[in-house]
Design a protein around this ligand. Structure first.
Ligand code: GAP
Length: 634
């Protein structure tokens, strides 16, 4: 079972050193995160697995590592300076700021939802859509519901009183929005000391942007790599690196952040008009990359212990989704997004896009492009570039600007994906009927108390006084608790999660109930990250059965030091063996070794596997051959 909520993953990440809030001592900085000791290992493992698959295992790939800061002209000619923006709206009442196309509808059942329907009807937009609003396509607003897409031109939007005004502010419920305005997502800085005011020629001449994608660094190096490595088209270039976007609404933990990392490939191919019989077409290359990348995600999301049924279930949480004509960039022939079904309200989210970008990018950065091509790609003549990114194909005896297939994935988003998929809580002991009855009776006590608090809060609110509790939130919490209690014992792993609901805060019986429940859950269940061994931050943990026995400690440390040279291992003797196993399960360590008294006599140790918890006696001198293939490291 994957994570049931992003909260579970986020709590684990903070508790165990995967991810910390950035600049925490100063109250944090909006959606910037630091990756801790285990997080950095996992990110490195993801990048290594990707690089291996994208570069080492192919004959037609090279790598680069371009500078983060590039000439402003790169972003002018790529189109980012003019169009890399999102529509922004402000709530005039509470000053909250949102991406206009991300303002969520009030939840089903909320009376405000009715209000939205009325506003929509009275403004001529025609009832409540399933998803509202969907997105902007250029200046058009596209709204999707079960009947299909409805497009609102700028005039339509004006006519219906600007559609975004139909949705209340999710923070204060007012309908008082500013007009949407385009907000460029690139962070700016300057090269060298600049005192000139923003917008002046001097300021603009020194201006640089923190790259919002790594791709442009690859395009800039197309000719360098092709010539220096004597490459023939088709070939590709891979790059991993940081990217920055001043997102209007970052969030969902590390799903959407303002600083993140990307793993991108630009694979250069023959334009469709020059493809000869027997050669792969652009469509075939595109499909090949979609399939290869999809396979990579599935392979690394599946632990070796998974049986057929689990494999099927994992596969159902990944999908390929072809972008509709409305979503496609004007120059792209086709794009397929790879999506993962994240827990909770996040739902299906893009983790990688695989695009057929035709010859747009290399043409955009080239001088001396014929008028017809400029027209076809809606590009201006590039008078700044001193390069023409074309290529003489010795087989076709033709000179052309190559087309490009672009698989583009996020490293940090990949980490969230693999953590959500690997997260599991399972029982190691069957709870008794008595245990379940105890939880039910505690829940009844909480319910009694909470009902009183709701009544009191409603009275206070009616009398214009400040209420100690939010009655709506407490009611929501009670509904959740009731749902979990009626599904016991199957829902046992959700009990503690329910107590994290904001409506449960400051309820005295909840405070009393939590510590013994945590202790009980600790005894009967374990949290385990079923990470693929290649992604696990720590591959092996070694424990002595007793920390005060010199012989056990010495052998355990010797084993740990041997493997330390190959991969990340730890030695731990700070608790009993059971507890040490649990700690490693929680961070996804695939194998633990325990050195006991038998080890000193016969030279064997216990090797315990994380997912099945099976244990095997293995001679110390064969550990290397035992572990390496299982860790898929050699
Ligand atoms: N060069 C194409 C490009 O950048 P994109 O769809 O904007 O395409 C590619 O980004 C991938 O980068 C996404 O699928 C996602 O995994 C990751 N990504 C994009 N914006 C992100 C953000 N704000 N935070 C984390 N990851 C992000």
């Amino acid at each position: 079972m994957p994570a049931l909520s992003l909260e579970q993953v986020r709590n684990l990440c903070m508790r165990r050193g995967f991810v910390f809030p950035g600049s925490a001592a100063y109250g944090g900085l909006g959606s910037f995160w630091d990756y801790g000791p285990l997080g950095v290992e996992m990110l490195n493992n993801i990048k290594q697995a990707w690089w291996h698959d994208a570069v080492y295992e192919r004959d037609d790939m090279e790598g680069v590592d371009a500078a983060i800061l590039m000439s402003r002209k790169v972003w002018q000619h790529s189109g980012h300076e003019a169009t890399f923006s999102d529509p922004l709206v402000d709530c005039k009442a509470c000053k909250s700021r949102f991406r206009a196309d991300h303002v969520p509808l009030p939840p089903i059942g909320d009376p405000l939802r009715e209000e939205v329907r009325r506003h929509a009807a009275s403004n001529g937009a025609g009832g409540e859509p399933a998803v509202w609003p969907t997105r902007w396509d250029g200046e058009e607003l596209v709204v999707s519901d079960e009947t299909g897409d409805r497009r609102f031109s700028e005039d339509d939007q004006r006519r219906v009183g600007l559609v975004h005004k139909l949705i209340p502010c999710p923070k204060c419920n007012e309908f008082d929005w500013t007009e949407p305005r385009n907000f460029n997502l690139m962070f700016q800085s300057h090269v060298g000391p600049v005192a000139a005011a923003a917008g002046t020629d001097e300021e603009k001449a020194a201006r640089v942007y923190m790259r919002p994608e790594t791709a442009q660094g690859i395009f800039m190096n197309f000719a360098h790599v092709q010539r220096s490595m004597a490459r023939k088209v088709p070939f590709g270039i891979a790059q991993i690196g940081k990217a920055f976007r001043n997102e209007i609404t970052p969030g969902n933990f590390i799903f959407r952040t303002r600083e993140f990392e990307q793993m991108e490939i630009e694979f250069f191919i023959k334009p469709e008009q020059y493809v000869q019989e027997g050669e792969k077409t652009d469509e075939q290359w595109h499909q090949e990359w979609i399939d290869r990348r999809f396979h990579w995600w599935l392979k690394l999301a599946t632990p070796p212990s998974a049986g057929n049924q689990e494999m099927e279930e994992i596969e159902q949480r990944f999908r390929k989704r072809a972008q509709t004509a409305d979503e496609l960039a004007h120059y792209a022939k086709a794009t397929t997004d790879i999506e993962y079904l994240f827990p909770g309200s996040l739902g299906w989210g893009e983790i990688e896009g695989v695009a057929n970008r035709t010859d747009f990018d290399l043409t955009a950065h080239s001088k001396d492009i014929p008028e017809d091509d400029l027209k076809r790609l809606k590009l201006e003549d590039n008078k700044d570039s001193n390069e023409k990114f074309d290529y003489f194909d010795p087989d076709a005896k033709k000179r052309y600007v190559p087309w490009v297939i672009e698989p583009s994935a996020g490293v940090t988003r990949a980490m969230l994906t693999f953590l959500c998929e690997a997260y599991d809580e399972e029982f190691v002991k069957e709870p008794s009927k008595q245990d379940i009855d105890q939880i039910k009776s505690d829940a009844a006590m909480i319910k009694n108390n909470a009902e009183k608090k709701i009544k009191q809060a409603e009275k206070d609110i009616a009398a214009g006084k400040e209420a100690k509790h939010d009655p709506v939130q407490v009611r929501e919490f009670l509904d959740k608790l009731e749902d979990v209690v009626t599904r016991l014992p199957e829902s046992l792993s959700e009990v503690l999660l329910t107590l994290d609901h904001p409506g449960a805060q400051n309820l005295e019986p909840v405070k009393k109930f939590r510590p013994p429940t945590e202790k009980f859950m600790d005894e009967i269940s374990r949290t385990v990250l079923r990470l693929h061994p290649r992604l696990a931050p720590i591959k092996l943990a070694v424990f002595p059965l007793k920390k005060n026995n010199a012989g056990l400690v010495e052998l355990a440390q010797k084993i740990q030091r041997t493997f330390q040279k190959r991969f990340r291992t730890i030695y731990d003797d700070s608790a009993g063996i059971g507890k040490l196993y649990r700690r490693q399960d929680e961070i996804g360590t695939p194998y633990c070794i325990t050195v006991d008294f038998e080890s000193l006599e016969d030279g064997t140790v216990t090797v315990r596997e994380r997912d099945t918890m099976s244990q095997e006696r293995v001679p110390v001198d064969t550990l290397h051959d035992y572990l390496l293939p299982r860790l898929e490291l050699g």
